[in-house]
Ligand binder design. Sequence first.
Ligand code: NAP
Length: 253
Amino acid sequence: MSADAARPHVLILGGTTEARRLAEALAAGPYRVTTSLAGRVASPVLPPGETRIGGFGGAEGLAAWITGHRVTHLIDATHPFAERMSFNAAGAAALTGVPLLALRRPGWVPEPGDDWTFADSLAEAAAVLPGLGGRVFLSTGRMGLHTFAHLTDTWFLVRSVDRPDAPVPPRLEVVLARGPFTPADERELLARHRIDVLVTKDSGGSATAPKLTAAREAGIPVLVVRRPPVPEGVQEADCVQCSQHWLQGSRLH
Ligand code: NAP
């Protein structure tokens, strides 16, 4: 038996800071670690360990990959809004019997001085947005911009690593940048573009939280899109260390 076949094989579904941190934490052993990325970002920052890029072909494709590569543990560390992949992970775990953990950073909670409105989806956010402001920092990522494309009277600022694909709102300025951003960066961005409302997903974590601080300081309302739920029955952890404990506790599976 090769050394790789003897070690437990952890498949991390990645694309987040937590996924990278988990791969770093596990690099010292005793696991074989593979991180899977969707391939959305042109030049991603790769974690230590093995990596693979691109979709699996649904839950069945993921299940086949798990079986073919002797995966012993599956950790869904995708972004809290990567709903389809999380659903596929639950399906593949059910098909293969491999234990699954969803690693999700905690969501944000409003602080005194915040003026937050909540929406259950990007579509609901687009419906209520015109009542909140006309110069929008749309920080929901470049993938769902089509949901706002019909808002022809609203001016949008979008910041992303790669340029967004059409369809996008007609009055749109794109800033190409990769975070993290400091509160000073965010203050300057909101002021320079005379932003009067911020739209964000409840991504949680510290990397993108400074925009919330800047909005609070500037008295700008924030439209927060709530997270989709983790698939039913899937165990959740909210920190990298908790995921390591989970792995230690399920080593014999
Ligand atoms: P999604 O809608 O849940 O997934 C769509 C499809 O993309 C999946 O069915 C799967 O294709 C493929 N996919 C997604 N994540 C993958 C991964 N880690 N490895 C291999 N294939 C993956 O996902 P999404 O919202 O487009 O997000 C794509 C990636 O960007 C995720 O890795 C996520 O962590 C990251 N991300 C997402 C957001 C967000 O707001 N949604 C923000 C930051 C980062 P198959 O069915 O063919 O396997």
